[in-house]
Design a binder for this molecule. Structure first.
Ligand SMILES: [Zn+2]
Length: 100
């Protein structure tokens, strides 16, 4: 996945949970962490799909967020975020914080 904010401190993890029903299919749960905080989760029958769900949940959640909001919310101080944000969309949203 790609983080819109150019944040480099994120992890996408998944773990499989055995079914509580004997013979049932296991469930995979994935979590996206930024700066040691879980921001989105996803559940599916395979860890790959669970990761995809967690990623798309994160994108939905962060889609309308300004880089400066993201940084304040998650204590993010990774370098070059605004530049990447502007370069990616080119729509001016990244003007916030460009003086940093
Ligand atoms: Zn960061």
């Amino acid at each position: 996945m790609s983080m819109t904010f150019g944040c480099t401190n994120y992890r996408l993890m998944a773990s499989e949970i055995p079914s509580i029903v004997p013979g049932g299919a296991p469930t995979s749960i994935a979590a996206l962490m930024v700066h040691d905080e879980i921001i989105a989760e996803g559940q599916a029958s395979s860890s790959k799909n669970a990761k995809v769900k967690a990623s798309s949940n994160a994108v939905k959640m962060l889609g309308n967020m300004m880089p400066i909001e993201y940084r304040m919310l998650y204590g993010c101080s990774c370098d070059g975020e605004e530049k990447q944000w502007v370069g990616k969309d080119g729509n001016g949203v990244g003007m916030v914080g460009t003086a940093i």
